[in-house]
Design a protein around this ligand. Structure first.
Ligand SMILES: Cc1cc2nc3c(=O)[nH]c(=O)nc-3n(C[C@H](O)[C@H](O)[C@H](O)COP(=O)(O)OP(=O)(O)OC[C@H]3O[C@@H](n4cnc5c(N)ncnc54)[C@H](O)[C@@H]3O)c2cc1C
Length: 572
């Protein structure tokens, strides 16, 4: 096993990881900083896939208070209000940094001001963007800046275990598999940032990048950390539905299409959203996805079992001009977005839940920090489109600043060697079993279970069935043997590890969904359809102890505004 030391170890190179690296380096250039990532730096993760854009209150007529209220109301009063306030206020600094220091070009109005487009669920058009491929602009500029600095990279290194110090009081480092050779690498660090980006890829239809399998959340559970809001999985209403023969199925058609006035039609080509919500297609993602799923349950569907999005009434030329990337993506799959109909289905997109953390990105484990989609609490029950990349860049930067400061007091700890050996043995286990086929079957069973029983509409019976099925899948994985013993780029082995993480986190989602006996935002229980009194709002807090989940319902602290209240009255 290789061993290395570093001051700051960052897991993941999305918006959170790269911002953390740049900020830590700026604060203390003498530190050794290592970014370790499952893919290639700058080429993987979901920040690169951001289409629509970045929410930030820039316009004169807008305000951070308005952005805050939209975030709290969108999150159905479950967000941690102090974290949400940090999000909206620091987003203003980060967007200026992205433009003026890091060199991002965002679209502008003819008068030179930054163009901000409409996204659903917002009272103001505040989404900054570069066409409909905003994430490529952000990640390319961030990656260039990281490459230009003395920041170490461990690419194609998969983190498999957060390893504590011998006395268990702090993090000591992280165990990796170097995917190129299959060798184990232990990196000791004074501070570790978990920024592996969540990503609900356990659902039949999903949007996140293929490198994401909830590894960070699974590692956090194994380390005994508390995760909150795990039942809150966001479905994006408009996933492309192009049949099972293409991996394009499930990929997202951006929110701006509905923001611009796109219609959703059922199998009979009727517009149905007004029957479900007064804001129709511009309602929040949870509302629209649920309405669509209800139409699907009525079997009022398109040929592939979904629905349609229609943009033609806005004028094909305008659509082609404003949504060039989307029109091309649809054309690749044989659809004419500008002038015709495109088949869509709600698709699992984002996890509002994640590791419980404080405003300085610290966690309950000394030396372990978290930022981005691995963290929980910023969005509550529903994330507004455009608040995801704001979240990862804002808290990534906070983590970088804080870790650099924190290192003054930190020392490299001696790791728990038994824990390292146990983690290696767990990774090696499938090589010592009888070879079996069937990983694909396990994946399909997982997809179907999560989509049908832990998806957009849930109930006690379905959740109970899902819990049993997930336990069976876990056993099947624990009995699975990998045939090819060559460790270099052994995709079957990595697939097995991906599924191990996904099943662990799926169990957490099902447990939290069973514990929340009401309906809030992304979590809808057909057997408990009411939201319950907002004043006594509580969030789920769950941890894994000796293989068993323990769940608490913890009250939300309304530190800035009480349910029904608003900050807007005080704004000039
Ligand atoms: C198609 C799509 C469109 C989106 N559009 C928008 C939008 O318009 N606006 C918006 O605000 N949000 C959008 N989002 C959400 C947004 O992309 C995410 O919220 C945000 O980018 C997450 O950033 P992150 O840094 O936490 O994670 P990511 O950017 O996903 O980065 C995670 C990193 O962790 C690495 N990693 C994973 N597992 C491991 C491991 N075991 N070991 C080491 N490294 C690991 C990955 O390789 C990756 O580098 C979109 C998401 C998708 C999928």
């Amino acid at each position: 096993m290789q061993r290395r030391d570093t001051d700051i170890l960052i897991l993941g190179s999305g918006g959170a990881g790269l911002f953390a690296a740049l900020h830590a380096h700026k604060a203390a250039p003498e530190l050794s900083i290592t970014v370790a990532v499952k893919g290639l730096l700058g080429k993987c993760g979901c920040t690169r896939m951001v289409q629509g854009g970045y929410n930030v209150a820039l316009a004169k007529e807008d305000s951070v208070e308005r952005h805050f209220m939209d975030t709290i109301e969108g999150g159905k009063w479950l967000p941690d209000q102090d974290l949400a306030w940090q999000l909206v206020t620091l987003a203003v600094e980060r967007i200026h940094e992205l433009e003026n220091e890091l060199g991002c070009f965002f679209d502008r109005n003819p008068d030179g001001t930054v163009h901000q487009k409409a996204f659903a669920g917002q009272s103001f058009d505040r989404t900054v963007h570069k066409g409909d491929l905003t994430g490529i602009e952000i990640i390319n500029r961030l990656a260039e800046q990281v490459w230009a600095r003395r920041i170490d990279r461990l690419e194609e290194h998969r983190a498999v275990e957060l390893v504590k110090s011998r006395d268990g009081s702090a993090i000591a480092g992280v165990l990796f598999v170097d995917m190129r050779s299959g060798e184990y690498v232990f990196v000791r660090a004074k501070a570790v940032l978990l920024a592996t980006g969540g990503g609900p890829t356990m659902y039949k239809y999903h949007t996140p990048s293929g490198d994401k399998s909830c590894d960070g959340l699974a590692m956090a559970l194994h380390a005994g950390l508390a995760l909150r809001d795990m039942e809150m999985v966001q479905f994006h209403p408009t996933g492309l539905l192009a049949g099972t023969h293409t991996r394009m199925t499930g990929t997202v058609l951006e929110e701006g299409l509905r923001g611009a006035g796109g219609y959703l039609l059922n199998g009979a080509k009727e517009r149905f959203m007004l029957r479900y919500d007064r804001q129709a297609e511009r309602a929040t993602r949870d509302v629209v996805s649920r309405a669509m799923y209800s139409e699907i349950l009525k079997k009022n569907t398109s040929p592939h079992g979904g629905l349609y999005i229609s943009m033609a009434h806005l004028g094909p030329e305008r659509v082609a001009r404003e949504f060039k990337g989307m029109v091309e993506r649809c054309a690749d799959c044989g659809f004419d977005l500008a002038a015709g109909l495109v088949e869509v289905v709600p698709t699992a997109h984002y996890m509002m839940g994640g590791v419980e953390f404080r405003g300085d990105c610290s966690t309950e484990l000394a030396g372990l920090f978290v930022a981005g989609e691995d963290s929980g609490g910023v969005h509550g029950a529903n994330r507004l489109g455009g608040n995801g990349v704001a979240n990862s860049t804002v808290f990534g930067a906070v983590a970088g600043d804080v870790m650099a400061q924190w290192l003054g007091r930190a020392q490299l700890a001696l790791p728990d060697e038994d824990a390292i050996q146990a983690a290696v043995a767990a990774c090696e286990a499938p090589f010592h079993r009888k070879v079996s086929a069937g990983l694909e079957e396990i994946r399909e069973r997982l997809y179907d279970t999560m989509w049908e029983k832990v998806g957009i509409i849930r109930d006690s019976r379905g959740l109970g069935q899902a819990q049993s099925e997930l336990a069976a899948l876990e056993t099947a994985l624990d009995e699975h043997g990998v045939g090819d013993h060559n460790r270099a780029f052994n995709l079957s082995w990595h697939d097995w590890m991906n599924l191990k993480s996904l099943v662990t986190v799926s169990r957490a989602i099902a447990e939290a969904a069973a514990a929340r006996r009401d309906s809030r935002g992304a979590h809808f229980r057909a057997d408990f359809p009411e939201s319950g009194p907002l004043e006594s709002s509580a969030f789920t807090s769950l941890r894994l102890h000796r293989g068993v989940f323990q769940i608490d319902m913890k009250p939300v602290a309304f530190t800035r505004v009480q349910p029904g209240g608003t900050l807007l009255r005080n704004v000039a």
